[in-house]
Design a protein. Structure first.
Length: 429
């Protein structure tokens, strides 16, 4: 039963999109299992750049079937825009190729308005959300009042949508935020979403059958481990479950599917995060600018979804070990190693000091990171441009040592390395 789960081992933005695209060459199904269009996966194929927020990255391969699981929250306008862009680039988006779970929840204009109003009301305590309605949609899901893809097939969907918008207006009024024009928003939403009914499928049954037949299912996670609602740096987290076990619940698969699963953790060669929250190894000044880039290239450290500059820092081995544990990672893939070329000295955090105590794990969980001071190990850097390298033996010795140290700290083998945005810039070890 070949299930491959790809998860971000940091705060997201690890380069999962290009890794999923690479692995999708050998997959029959590529399935998103969590999150919404707050995710941003960039795939570069032959110089053509695909920025995907909802559709699974592997759809750019003509042989794959893309699946959007029940663990997702879907904004119809974003999805339709994305489908249109892919079609214009020659990618088939027929209902035979894109399947959406009937249990996936819908993001509405109300959710987006509430997200912005609630974030504004937090003032200095703002979390740094994308404002895309993700949190309010998951809140409605948990409160059992959400709208789902299956509801599109019911005759009273328009009626329920209008009631939902009216209820949101009552909350917006309390927050002193602009209210929605219910009829205008409802009609525009209905006009868009009716086009998606043809894509609804029993994806849980479909994927279970595929695994029974020996087909390969590639499960694509959004965001990263440290943004997980339970296991991340709460409250500076996303509203979904981002760790690898969520692939099962988010796609409707049972425990048997995970028996022989590969659980792949994607790790950036340094560390980034977007938005507020603790970041022990964060860098400032010229070195931070050097790692972040200027934004001139699509793969510089600026958010695919928001365009915000990412905070950057040294790789954190303590957090990486934590990600290995909570995900059950069986292997690592390291991305953006090429960005470190030219730095004379590299650092990796191997432990923390907390109240004058030396710790090698997370005291009190990751939400206690604010009190942690990193302890670093220094390694020599390399000057060579490595973007052309395709074999381990051709990497500079110091680049090899850096990767070996990452694997040792994580106690997990590195199976692939990415040295640029293109498919051919990924090679196996």
């Amino acid at each position: 039963m070949p299930l491959i789960i790809v998860v971000g081992a940091q705060w997201g933005d690890e380069g999962k999109g290009r890794i999923v695209d690479y692995l999708a060459a050998g997959a029959d199904f590529v399935a998103r299992y969590n999150g919404g269009d707050n995710a941003g996966h960039t795939v570069t194929v032959g110089g053509k750049i695909f920025r995907l927020h909802l559709v699974p990255s592997g759809i750019v391969h003509p042989h794959t079937i893309a699946v959007m699981g029940n663990g997702m929250v879907i904004h119809p306008h974003t999805l339709i825009e994305e489908m249109t862009t892919l079609r214009s680039a020659g990618v088939s988006i027929a209902p035979q190729r894109l399947h959406i779970s009937p249990a996936a929840h819908l993001i509405t204009p109300a959710h987006r308005a509430l997200d912005r109003a609630q974030e504004a009301a937090r003032g200095r305590s703002a979390i740094g959300t994308t404002g895309r309605g993700i949190g309010p949609a998951y809140m409605d899901k948990a409160a059992r009042r959400g709208l789902r893809m299956a509801d599109l097939l019911t005759p009273n969907f328009g009626e329920r949508l209008r009631a939902h918008l009216q209820e949101a207006n009552r909350t917006l009024s309390l927050l002193d935020a602009p209210e929605l024009d219910v009829e205008t928003e409802a009609q525009a939403y209905l006009d868009q979403i009716s086009r998606l009914a043809l894509y609804i499928r029993d994806v849980s049954g479909e994927l279970a059958l595929a695994l029974q037949r020996g087909q390969t299912v590639l499960a694509e996670g959004a965001q990263g481990t440290l943004l997980d609602l339970d296991h991340g740096t709460y409250p500076y987290v996303t509203s979904s479950t981002t760790v690898a076990p969520a692939a099962l619940s988010g796609l409707g698969l049972g425990m048997n599917a995970a028996r022989e699963a590969r659980v792949v953790g994607v790790v950036k060669a340094f560390l980034t995060r977007v938005g507020a929250g603790p970041f022990p190894t964060e860098l400032q000044g010229k070195l931070a600018e050097r790692l972040r880039g200027t934004g001139a290239n699509p793969w510089d450290e600026f958010g695919t979804t928001t365009g915000r500059p990412r905070r950057v820092g040294w790789l954190d081995g303590v957090l990486l070990r934590y990600a290995v544990r909570v995900n059950g990672l069986t292997e690592l893939i390291v991305t953006k190693l090429d960005i470190l070329s030219g730095l004379e000295t590299l650092k990796i955090c191997t432990a923390y000091t907390v109240n004058n105590t030396h710790v090698c794990d997370l005291p009190g969980g990751p939400d206690a990171l604010a009190s942690c001071t990193p302890l670093y190990e220094e390694l020599p850097g390399w000057k060579e441009d490595i973007t052309h390298v395709r074999r381990w033996s051709d990497l500079p010795k110091n680049a090899q040592r850096y990767l070996e140290r990452i694997a040792a700290l994580a106690e997990t083998p590195i199976k692939m390395v990415s040295l640029g945005p293109e498919r051919e810039q990924i090679f196996a070890l």
